[in-house]
Design a protein around this ligand. Structure first.
Ligand code: GTP
Ligand code: MG
Length: 318
């Protein structure tokens, strides 16, 4: 059972603590969400147009959100093309949940690996798995082609900021394509030559045109697949505080020197503001700074390892 079966909006009483007026905690949900800038639609068209020339699509997801960092819209457009899913950033994911997800995805049937692309020791396995998938498909389709084809072209796709460009640079062992700790860095496709037999195609991160579930939006926001300017920092940061308090995360407690998990979100925010010196004149908590701090600590893995969501009981399109 996940710690959050359902995301309840964080509501905080401002009666006991004087909070700066401009920051509203527990505001009503934002209007309908969609972050689908023009370059993503263009990128989708370009991905479709290149499918015929690649041997395999490698989809990079975030191991902290294994199902929800997939993209049905993207996969529908990929169609029956061979796909290998890499759940990246496993170094930031809860190992107990990773095992559960591992078992679930094994039953689903699409080939996958949980990886941390910054760890060079995994590269050999990734490339040999990719080659095996391509080979078995080739053998199934034409014995003649098996003999002649030695070169591989792999297309790297996925949500923004999942580590596509980093993965390519790691495999290439050089900075062949630009990376950044923010979503939407890659905006055009780029072929990267790894060696004379292997080429990787970097593509811009693509979001689903709509994310209906509010909790899913928060998950995608905390992992920085959606820019903070779109959803704001308040809701994702309050979600994390509530999540770690409920989960009784020791890393969270120690990071912010909290004495107990039996705190309300507002009490925790005020304490974090004081411990980390996020204060306004007259000693009021500077909540905007606290929200930013919580998100950046979380993204750096300072608050503990997480996996949001749990494997569904029923089968699901991955
Ligand atoms: N901890 C950790 N961080 C990673 C890993 N892989 C990538 N990153 C970081 O994730 C951030 C995003 O990496 P990018 O490679 O730019 O992501 P992208 O998927 O190409 O992003 P877009 O171009 O926006 O679609 C960078 O700060 C990377 O250092 C990983 O395995 N573990
Ligand atoms: Mg990129």
């Amino acid at each position: 059972m996940p710690p959050y079966k359902k995301f309840n909006k964080v509501t905080v009483s401002t009666k006991k603590i004087e909070l700066p007026k401009k920051v509203k905690i527990g505001a009503e949900p934002k209007a309908a969400f969609n972050w689908f800038p023009g370059h993503m639609l263009k990128a989708m068209r370009e991905i479709k147009s290149k499918l015929g020339m690649v041997d395999l699509v490698i989809e990079i997801r975030d191991a902290r959100v294994p199902l929800v960092s997939g993209n049905k819209f993207l996969n529908d457009n990929i169609g029956a093309k061979n796909r290998l899913i890499l759940f990246n950033k496993t170094n930031l994911a809860d190992p107990v949940m990773v095992e559960k997800w591992h078992a679930w995805f094994t039953k689903e049937g699409t080939p996958f690996l949980f990886i941390n692309c910054l760890d060079k020791s995994s590269h050999k396995l990734i490339l040999s798995t990719a080659r095996k998938i391509v080979e078995s498909k080739r053998q199934a389709s034409s014995a003649e082609a098996v003999a002649v084809k030695t070169k591989y072209k792999l297309m790297i796709i996925g949500l923004p900021n999942t580590g596509k460009s980093t993965f390519i640079n790691q495999i290439a062992n050089r900075n062949a394509t630009k990376t950044a700790d923010k979503p939407g860095e890659t905006q055009v496709q780029l072929w990267v030559n790894i060696d004379e037999d292997l080429q990787l195609l970097d593509t811009p991160g693509i979001m689903p045109p709509e994310v209906e579930n509010e909790e899913h939006r928060i998950w995608l926001s905390v992992i920085n697949a959606i820019p903070d300017e779109i959803i704001g920092e308040e809701d994702p940061a309050c979600y994390l505080v509530k999540y770690f308090l409920r989960k009784k995360s020791q890393a969270f407690l120690e990071r912010y020197k909290l004495d107990s998990f039996e705190l309300t979100v507002d009490e925790a925010l005020v304490k974090i503001a004081s411990v980390r010196g996020c204060l306004l004149p007259k000693g009021l908590p500077d909540l905007e700074r606290v929200f930013k701090l919580i998100l950046s600590d979380f993204r750096a893995g300072e608050l503990g390892k997480v996996c949001f969501g749990a494997p569904p009981v029923i089968t699901h399109s991955v």
